[in-house]
Design a protein around this ligand. Sequence first.
Ligand code: WQD
Length: 337
Amino acid sequence: MKILVTGGAGFIGSHTVVSLTEAGLTPVILDNFSNSNPEVLAGLEKILGFPVIFYEGDCNDPGIYNRIFTEHEIGGVIHFAACKAVGESMERPLMYYRNNLGSLMTLLTVMEQHQIRNLIFSSSCTVYGEPDTVPVTEQTPVKEASSVYGNTKQIGEEILRDVASVMPFSIISLRYFNPVGAHPSGLIGELPTGVPNNLVPFVTQTAAGIRESFTVFGNDYPTPDGTCIRDYIHVMDLAEAHVAALSHLMKVNQEKYYDVFNVGTGTGNSVLEVVNTFDRVNNLNVPHRFGPRRSGDVIAIWGNVDKSAGVLGWKARRSLADALKDAWNWQSRLPKP
Ligand code: WQD
């Protein structure tokens, strides 16, 4: 069965392409390289042993979807393609709403025209905002988004819930926690363009000497070691969750189906725990300093993942140490800029 993976040259998308193939499915990638790199396709070919079916195009273009759905019998779609920089989203709200929500509605329109009904939507734990209690379950109330990016995920989920209630779609939204790490081969991984926003690429680039040092954004939080807590999930576990979600849709085989699942490890780790684990497992000592809090940061969030385990039969099975080892293996194979 062929699965369209929009944004399939991206960090999570490319790792999901590997897991889809390992599950006997045939991925078809649509990507415009706006936040990814053509080298990823070469890395995928080395891992898989063959070139992945690829279309270069914009996820807002109905024509490219029509072309793909005409040329291939697509059994389902995983929609990763979106802009995802929290800070940028606050400076360019209209572009974020148009791109992230416009592409979703365009995709749904063309899917319906081609009677394709299975869709996995890439959502985010950011919809929970600063939760009152942790771990968060899928029933934890969604809070007012603290960024335009987060709001595009919240509104995206609402669009999908409403569409699936009256149209012949079968849809799952996966709420990712913090994806980290890389494929163990070191042939694909996280490749942020420019200065990284996220913690782990900043740590690995500092370890590689690309960055002088990195700043821990605040160590005066009401947490055991004063730094923020997150649920860091190995990107390969996250990739495998998409395969589990797809097979669940096939099993359910129902029109007008919509559900939401947390995809995390179920445990929280602090920024300092990440840094210390990274140093320990890679036998490094990454220079870092403590700086002021970063505005918009949530103090602590991690997921209750019982629903994914119970309904999808999926659980994360790699550790934070595995992810940080794989992240360093990937970074150290990259050519120095
Ligand atoms: C994690 C922790 C920082 C960098 C974001 C998005 C979320 C998802 C994942 C897309 C925080 C601290 C970071 C640094 C630091 N993205 N940090 N120094 O903010 O939890 O989530 O990325 O789906 O939607 O919101 O991830 O990696 O940016 O930060 O101390 O140089 O690391 O303050 O506590 P975040 P992050």
